[in-house]
Ligand binder design. Sequence first.
Ligand code: D5M
Ligand code: FE
Ligand code: ZN
Length: 476
Amino acid sequence: MMKKELSYALDYALKKGFQIHPNALELLERVEIKDLELTIKQIVREKSKQKRFLINQDDLEDFLGLKEDKKLLNEHRVLFDPTLKITTAEGIEGYNALFSSRFEKLKKIVSNRPEAKLLKSISLIISTKSKEDMFLCGLLSERSSERNITKLTIDDPTGTIETIVFDKDLQKIAQGLLIDQFVFVKINLGKNGGFIVKDLIVPGIPEHVSNRSETETYAVFLSDLHIGSMYFMEKELNDFISWLSSPDPVARKIRFILICGDLVDGVGIYPGQDKELVFVNVEDQLKKAVEILEKIPKHIKIFIVPGNHDPGRRALPQPAIPEKYELGLWNKENFFVLGNPSIVSLNGVKVLLYHGQSIDDVVRTTPGLSYDKPTEVMRRFLQARHLSPIYGSQTPIAPETEDMMVIDEVPDIFQAGHVHVVGFDTYRGVLILNSGAWQHQTPFQAGVGITPTTGIAVIVNLKTFKVYTKDFGSED
Ligand code: D5M
Ligand code: FE
Ligand code: ZN
């Protein structure tokens, strides 16, 4: 559909004997231009002098100040993508390997602490019953509280130990631990033979000095588009994409867009979903997604990781949305389709992208956490150095031989989505972002009291780490 203003401007150019190149036409349809008529008149006057009667994309970009700034860096490297590492390890053997990988990786992370030299295996601690202070590490398998004490059960590859926490402050720390998370514990033997916890240490992250982009390149953090759902905010997303081609000084500096999962709404994800879908098969949903995202200017690189609504396997870590859908998305130069979680470097800034499925489990089982403060949950993941510590709850975890959900390296930016609530925070120098959603509140969310923040682009200056939000949904 051509806007009235646009067809008027085109008529004017044609009457003056000008031709308009299809690329220029495409740009005009895509970009909201103030004073379009005036711009066209200026171009016509200028080019008439030169006796060149074709208006091409270059002319428009010159006149509108849309010329791409070649000095802005847009280098990327994929530092981690689980897609090709995923195996099909199965059964008990697989889970043993997964947990032993988790244990070894996290033990390595704490190995530079001075106490690490004193670490003993659980089986040795149980058999020697030494009177000295002892240090152990393992995964927290159970926690219970009765009267004024908290009991923690901890596993390492050699055995299981039951420990008791009396100290009030340590009990508080114990209550905040996530089940199956890695802990480092100082214990000693109590008078009646029990193991008493004297200190509780989580791996955590050191104060972090983040890598920065040399140029003021901007990245946009999006997630949870849910294309295919009748609640998908198509108009707002299209407005955002048009804005990318506008003369807005921030838009002119955007070189990266990260889409952190739930690109499409999927099929059969929850009971009765078919009644809430516009497209009832995943191919059509993906086709629609490509149709929309293709309009993003080619000088912007787009990274896509899957969420729980996207096709591919459901269990974490997830491979990239499979190529079999033949959408051509995978061979476009500026699209990078990755697994969940992934790590990319953008002009040297290390970004961890994780959809965030496990936020549900953590909110449900940890006192003091809620859906409206997703960055608080993400901070716990950094402290536990793991993206999905709780095993056997709602988030399916695959029995991989390597635990790829361990946060081996501290990122500069940690992005998640899933909860549909925008949030940002800094924790020990790491920028934590949740990118909200482009889907209106669904009846399910209304039922469980989730109020999403929708249609908001979260934008970061990769040189200063200043965060901007631009709201495309405020009109309704
Ligand atoms: O998740 C969107 C939001 O809805 C997110 O906050 C989790 C919540 N959600 C989704 N499914 C459930 C169930 N089964 N129980 C509790 N909360 C849930 P999305 O992944 O977009 O559907
Ligand atoms: Fe979602
Ligand atoms: Zn989700």
